[in-house]
Design a protein around this ligand. Structure first.
Ligand SMILES: *[C@@H]1O[C@H](CO)[C@@H](O)[C@H](O)[C@H]1NC(C)=O
Ligand SMILES: *[C@@H]1O[C@H](CO)[C@@H](O)[C@H](O)[C@H]1NC(C)=O
Ligand SMILES: *[C@@H]1O[C@H](CO)[C@@H](O)[C@H](O)[C@H]1NC(C)=O
Ligand SMILES: CC(=O)N[C@H]1CO[C@H](CO)[C@@H](O)[C@@H]1O
Length: 217
């Protein structure tokens, strides 16, 4: 009796996992960042004589805010939109992840989405001294699927490198503009003015499933 229920349980687990695995979901996924707003301090505040330092009272934290569309595993063809926000002290990118918030009212939230940013260098391209650590950068988005209450969560990780204002560069998804004094730099996806980034309006993040000691596949 005991043995047979263990057997049935094992059989259930063995059958259930592959079944959920083929439920429309690939091992790799493509996520779409449809909005990205980035704001950070420039080296100088843009007020007073050249090389005037930022007054303490006018300094501000860097902020990133983005929307990412992630396919719904349980409803093929539809997406969840998550909003991801973080802020940090200028040039001190936190290196830790923050949760993204699902944007519609859902009865069941079955994924956890989180993201983080790290400084990045375009290979072979040195930045001028004084460049903020904020640009260029790499964006990592992680999804943990908690659909299966009976097994370990599955996890996907996608990583994309981002620079700005250079149509010839594959990573140049953003246009950045300085505004009035003390406003620093503001960056958005795609083109502003005559900088042609028209082939970069969609920022796609290719995510791969992670199989390690913390997540099975
Ligand atoms: C997922 O992507 C990786 C790296 O691009 C590739 O090696 C692998 O074959 C892909 N897996 C599937 C199922 O497409
Ligand atoms: C600015 O960032 C610092 C460090 O990352 C944090 O401790 C502080 O609370 C932030 N300030 C605001 C106004 O969010
Ligand atoms: C985008 O357009 C620029 C300029 O027309 C070109 O140099 C670049 O290769 C294009 N990038 C992609 C990914 O198509
Ligand atoms: C977490 C992660 O995978 N980060 C990587 C994102 O991509 C950049 C550039 O390829 C790497 O430097 C990061 O380590």
């Amino acid at each position: 009796m005991y043995l047979s229920s263990v057997f049935l349980l094992l059989l259930y687990v063995a059958l259930a996992r592959p079944a959920s695995h083929v439920s429309s979901e690939d091992d790799n996924q493509t996520w779409k960042v449809t909005r990205l707003d980035y704001h950070y301090m420039t080296e100088w505040p843009g007020f007073g004589p050249p090389h005037t330092e930022w007054p303490e009272g006018r300094k501000f934290n860097s902020t990133i805010s983005l929307d990412v569309q992630i396919p719904d595993e349980l409803a093929p063809g539809s997406n969840w939109v998550y909003k991801c926000d973080m802020n940090w002290e200028h040039s001190v990118l936190p290196g830790i992840s923050a949760d993204c918030i699902p944007q519609s009212i859902h009865k069941h939230v079955h994924d956890n989405v989180a993201f983080f940013v790290e400084p990045w260098q375009i290979p072979g391209k040195d930045l001028p001294p004084g460049s903020p650590a904020e640009m260029p950068f790499s964006l990592t988005i992680q999804k943990t699927s908690v659909t299966q209450s009976w097994g370990p969560a599955r996890r996907w990780l996608g990583n994309v490198t981002i620079s700005c204002d250079d149509p010839g560069s594959p990573s140049s998804y953003l246009t950045c503009l300085t505004g009035p004094p003390f406003d620093g730099m503001r960056c958005k996806l795609g083109a502003i003015n005559n900088i042609d980034l028209s082939n970069k309006t969609e920022l796609q993040v290719f995510a791969q499933e992670v199989c390690d000691s913390t997540a099975s596949c």
